[in-house]
Write a protein that binds this ligand. Structure first.
Ligand SMILES: [Zn+2]
Length: 380
C-alpha cells in the first residue's frame, strides 16, 4: 500500500571509531514521509561512508506501521544498519559506498527469530523418524545426546547455525544441550544472536547412566557458572538462559530454584511444557491435580513472564489463562506438532493475549531447520 504520510522517523547508529573513512562518530538520518506523491523523503543526513548499500528491493521494515518500501534500500556501516529508505534517497545519501548491490526487486526483511532449536541434535537428523515421543526421547535422542563429546557439540552447532542462516534466521533460542561453552564458541563464529541454555534434569525414568547423577545443586550451580562465563559475550550477541528439560525430569526444588535464580539474574527460562497427553496424565497421577503440567506449575507458583514454554500443545482453557496472566511465552513448532505431538490451541492462546512464536525444534523433529518451512506448515 501507499506509504504513510507525514510520518517522521529517526534512525541512528553509533559507529565504532575504528571504521575506515568514518568522518563522524555518530550518524543521524531523519526522514519525513511527505514528499510529492506520498513517497518517503530523507530530509536531513549527516552521512558517513557505507560498507554496502542494498537497493531496488522490496523492503519489509516490520516497524510499528508495518511499512513496506517497494523500491527501498538499506545502507550498512560496520555491523549496523545505518539507514532504511527509498532507494534514490539512500543511494544519494551514501554515494561513496564500498559496495552497491541492486537486488532487482527481491524481498529484504529483518532476520527471523527461531524460538526453539536443539543445536546438539543437528547430527541426529533421520535417527528417530516415525516413532512416538517417548521412544523418540528415551530410545533414540537421549542415547545419542549423552554420547556426544564437546567437539561433536561444536560441530553440530556450526552445522545447525549454517542451516538457520540459510533460511534467514539471525537469532535463536536454544532448547538446552550439554556443552553450552561449545555452543557459544560456534555462535560467536557464526555471527548469530542466541539465548543458550543447558538442559538440566535431576530425576525421572529412562535417563542415560551418565546423566542420572546430576544433583539439583549441580544443575543450578553449573548454569550460574555458564551465565558468569558467557552471558553478554560476543558483543552482546550471546545470552545465557536457564533450561529445564521437562517436568518429568525435574524435582519441585529444581523448578523453584531455577525460577528464583533466573529472576535474580534477570534472564529467561526455556522448558518443554505439556507436549503429549501422557505427560499430563503422569503429572495428574503423581501430583494429584485435576489437569496437566500447566495446572501444576501454576499451583507451585512457577509461572513467570521470563518463561519460554516450548510446544504447550495440551492446555485446557484455564491453563491458557494461567499462561496469559503470568505472561508466559510459547514457542510453537508446527513440524513437531504434526509429526508427534498434536495441534496446539494457537488461536485460543492468541485470543487470550499469549505471545506465540515459531520454532523449528531440532533436526530429528523436523528433518530441516527452515523457519520459512515452519511458517508454511503453520499456515496449512
Ligand atoms: Zn525441544
Amino acid at each position: 500500500g501507499p506509504l504513510p504520510r507525514n510520518r517522521k522517523r529517526t534512525v541512528s547508529a553509533v559507529l565504532s571509531g575504528s571504521l575506515p573513512a568514518a568522518s563522524d562518530s555518530r550518524l543521524s538520518v531523519v526522514w519525513t514521509y511527505a514528499a510529492p506523491g506520498g513517497g518517503a523523503k530523507m530530509t536531513q543526513v549527516t552521512a558517513v561512508s557505507a560498507d554496502i548499500v542494498l537497493h531496488n528491493a522490496f523492503v519489509v521494515t516490520m516497524d510499528g506501521a508495518l511499512t513496506v518500501l517497494r523500491d527501498g534500500a538499506i545502507a550498512v556501516v560496520g555491523d549496523r544498519i545505518a539507514a532504511v529508505g527509498p532507494s534514490a534517497d539512500v543511494l544519494g545519501a551514501f554515494p561513496g559506498a564500498a559496495q552497491t548491490l541492486n537486488l532487482a526487486g527481491r524481498i529484504l526483511l529483518p532476520g527471523f527469530v527461531n524460538t526453539h532449536v536443539h543445536t546438539s541434535q543437528q547430527l541426529a537428523r533421520g535417527i528417530a523418524d516415525d516413532v512416538d515421543l517417548m521412544t523418540w526421547l528415551h530410545g533414540r535422542i537421549w542415547p545419542y545426546e549423552s554420547h556426544m563429546t564437546e567437539e561433536d557439540s561444536y560441530a553440530s552447532t556450526l552445522l545447525c547455525g549454517i542451516e538457520l542462516i540459510r533460511s534467514g534466521v539471525t537469532c535463536f533460542a536454544e532448547a538446552g544441550g550439554q556443552y553450552v561453552s561449545e555452543m557459544a564458541r560456534a555462535v560467536e563464529l557464526l555471527g548469530l544472536r542466541a539465548c543458550l541454555t543447558k538442559s538440566t534434569m535431576d530425576c525421572g525414568d529412562g535417563l542415560p547412566p551418565n546423566w542420572s547423577s546430576c544433583s539439583t545443586d549441580d544443575c543450578i550451580q553449573s548454569q550460574k557458572d555458564l551465565y558468569e562465563k558467557h552471558h553478554n559475550t560476543a558483543d552482546g550477541r550471546i545470552r545465557i538462559w536457564f533450561g529445564l528439560r521437562q517436568i518429568m525430569n525435574a524435582t519441585d526444588r529444581l523448578l523453584l530454584e531455577t525460577r528464583d535464580a533466573a529472576q535474580e539474574l534477570n534472564t529467561g527460562i526455556h522448558m518443554h511444557i505439556a507436549e503429549i497427553p501422557y505427560e499430563n496424565q503422569l503429572v495428574m497421577r503423581m501430583k494429584k491435580i485435576d489437569h496437566g503440567t500447566v495446572t501444576y506449575l501454576e499451583k507451585i507458583d512457577f509461572l513467570r513472564n521470563n518463561l519460554l514454554a516450548a510446544h504447550s500443545v495440551w492446555l485446557n482453557e484455564s491453563e491458557i489463562s494461567h499462561f496469559s496472566n503470568a505472561g508466559v511465552k510459547v514457542s510453537h513448532c508446527p513440524a513437531s506438532a504434526m509429526r508427534m505431538l498434536g495441534f496446539a490451541p494457537i488461536r485460543e492462546m492468541l485470543d487470550s493475549g499469549v505471545c506465540v512464536s515459531l520454532g523449528t525444534d531440532g533436526a530429528p523433529s523436523n528433518n530441516r531447520m527452515s523457519i520459512g518451512g515452519s511458517d508454511c506448515r503453520e499456515s496449512i
